[in-house]
Write a protein that binds this ligand. Structure first.
Ligand code: GSH
Length: 220
């Protein structure tokens, strides 16, 4: 099998999802960083979207972070990151969809929205999606991870946004709610993982990296 090439960007939460999966599954790969502020012409030649992340094996490419992570799960079944039980697998995918369709659009919407008059309604929507998550976890998860005792792709799908939440506090007057006990327990468990620690970037990094986006110097 050709060695995987993974095209990543440190600031990108979607690429972060895949870096976590590659680490958890101990998949050998070559990591290639793409400068998202100045995307090189060669990248448009291999990427159909020009976006990170992207995985390349031989002359085949795969993009979209949640699809890439499912591909890794199919192609590298050792160290599984989805439950075996089909119902639990379906529930994992529902949570992943919830991240992509509700939580993440609100999160990114608040980061990238330049019109301040719209911020309060997005903050409200983000608070609602966090409350929905907390209620869902309280009903269904014994913890410490999203689906229970084992780490899954669901954890890796949500985590990068929680590492980056300090950007919302810095630029968008949004503090993550402290009262969500299930989410707090989950975040503490995530921070103890080697995959999370090895891919961690600190507050200074994110605050600097997002400045040109939040002040509108560059488009998203
Ligand atoms: N839905 C995609 C989102 C990827 C995405 O938005 N990547 C951003 C960086 S975080 C990007 O490459 N932006 C550069 C651009 O759009 O030109 C995924 O899950 O992989």
């Amino acid at each position: 099998m050709n060695k995987l090439q993974f095209y990543s960007a440190d600031v990108c939460p979607f690429a972060h999802r895949v870096r976590l999966a590659l680490h958890e599954k101990a998949i050998p790969h070559e990591l290639i960083s793409v400068d998202l502020e100045n995307i090189p012409a060669w990248y448009y030649e291999i990427s159909p979207t020009g976006r990170a992340p992207l995985l390349k094996q031989g002359d085949q490419v795969i993009w979209e972070s949640t699809v890439i992570n499912e591909f890794l799960e199919d192609a590298y079944p050792d160290r599984p990151l989805l439950p075996i039980n089909p119902i639990s697998r379906a529930h994992a995918r529902i949570w992943i969809q919830n991240c992509n369709n509700a939580f993440q659009p609100n999160f990114c919407g608040l980061v990238f929205e330049l019109d301040e008059s719209k911020h309060e309604s997005i903050r409200e929507a983000l608070r609602d999606s966090l409350r929905d998550i907390e209620e869902g976890l309280a009903k269904t998860s014994p913890g410490p991870y999203w689906l229970g005792e084992e780490l899954t792709l669901v954890d890796l799908t949500y985590y990068p946004f929680f590492e980056q939440a300090l950007v919302l506090a810095e630029y968008r007057a949004f503090e993550m709610p402290q009262e969500h006990n299930n989410l707090n327990r989950w975040l503490a468990a995530m921070k103890s993982r080697a995959s999370v620690q090895d891919n961690y970037r600190d507050a200074d990094f994110y605050i600097k990296a997002y400045r040109p986006y939040v002040d509108g110097t560059i488009g998203k």
